[in-house]
Each structure stands twice: as structure tokens, then as C-alpha cells.
Design a protein around this ligand. Structure first.
Ligand SMILES: [Zn+2]
Length: 179
């Protein structure tokens, strides 16, 4: 049965998601307790143990935040470690007919059943990691316009399926190039 492997994969994904969630919750808890203990110790005059607890606490808080689902998505979108400050980023993804996408092509106005979506973000980066998103916008392209926009129209894009594959290939190249 074709369902069996995908059910197993889904179960494994769900399990790892759960472990991640439990792990980041634990790290956040340890972080809060250690940070609070550090502040209390520091206020009570125990400066060195207070400072050590504070550093450990903040480290656990960062670890906890980085391993949440949102944190991992942001880390996956990170730029080079020297990137700081506000800057625009562009991401594109392929729209396949199965996803029943609801949107219109920004170039020709046709409804987009398959094609591509470009997402613009204006983000503040700290050491390459996007910490704050100022604004986002999305442009959808029908398959025909996406081929022009992404410059992948050639002899291998005769059928819609081939065209989507060519777009997907181009997309992975540009994603790698911007990292
Ligand atoms: Zn179009």
C-alpha cells in the first residue's frame, strides 16, 4: 500500500516535532529559572554566582527560542553571520495545481492555478538571523508569466508538469545562491 511509508514518515515527523517542542519548553523553563535565580543572587550581593546563573539562563532561553517551530523557520531563512540591520529579502515558491491556490497573476490578471509566488520581506537581521519582520508582500504569477519572470522558458517546458519542474529547479538554485 502506498499509504504505509507516508504514514510512517508522518508519524516520525509528528514525533520529532513533539520532541522538539518538549525540548524547547524544557530549555525555556531552565532558562527562566536560572535567569531569575541569577537576578535574585545578584540582588542579594552574590555577584559572581549571580552573573554565572544569568549567563546560563540567557543561553538556555536562546536555545529554547531557537528550537521552537518559529525559531527553526527563522534560522532556516538566515543570511550570512555578518548580516546586521534592516534589509529586504525575496523568497519564491512554486504553486502546484494540487494546492488550489487562490490568487491572481500580477502580470496578466489570470487566476493562478499553478505557477509561482514571490514573497517580499523587510526584516531586521542580527548575525544573519531575522528577528523582526517589518512588512511582507506577495506577488503571484501564473505558470505562463512565471516562466518569463524567472527566465526559464525553453524547449523542455512544453507540458505544465515539465514547466513546474523547471521552475522548481531554478528556485532551488536561487535559494542556494542567496545563502
Ligand atoms: Zn500571468
Amino acid at each position: 500500500m502506498p499509504e504505509t511509508p507516508s504514514t510512517l514518515v508522518a508519524a516520525a515527523d509528528a514525533t520529532s516535532e513533539l520532541l522538539y517542542a518538549a525540548g524547547s519548553l524544557l530549555a525555556l523553563l531552565v532558562g527562566v529559572v536560572a535567569t531569575a535565580a541569577g537576578l535574585v543572587a545578584g540582588a542579594g550581593g552574590d555577584l559572581v554566582p549571580g552573573a554565572i546563573l544569568l549567563v546560563v539562563g540567557v543561553a538556555f532561553l536562546l536555545l529554547g527560542a531557537a528550537t521552537t517551530r518559529r525559531g527553526r523557520r527563522r534560522i532556516a531563512r538566515r543570511h550570512g553571520p555578518t548580516a546586521f540591520g534592516r534589509r529586504p529579502t525575496v523568497e519564491s515558491r512554486i504553486v502546484r495545481p494540487e494546492e488550489s491556490f487562490d490568487g491572481r497573476c500580477v502580470r496578466c490578471g489570470a487566476s493562478v492555478e499553478s505557477g509561482a509566488v514571490r514573497r517580499y520581506r523587510e526584516e531586521t537581521l542580527v548575525a544573519g538571523v531575522p528577528l523582526y519582520t517589518h512588512e511582507t508582500g506577495e506577488n503571484a504569477y501564473c505558470l505562463d508569466c512565471a516562466l518569463d519572470e524567472f527566465g526559464v522558458r525553453d524547449d523542455t517546458t512544453d507540458t505544465d508538469a515539465d514547466a513546474l519542474d523547471a521552475l522548481a529547479e531554478r528556485e532551488s538554485e536561487t535559494t542556494e545562491a542567496t545563502q
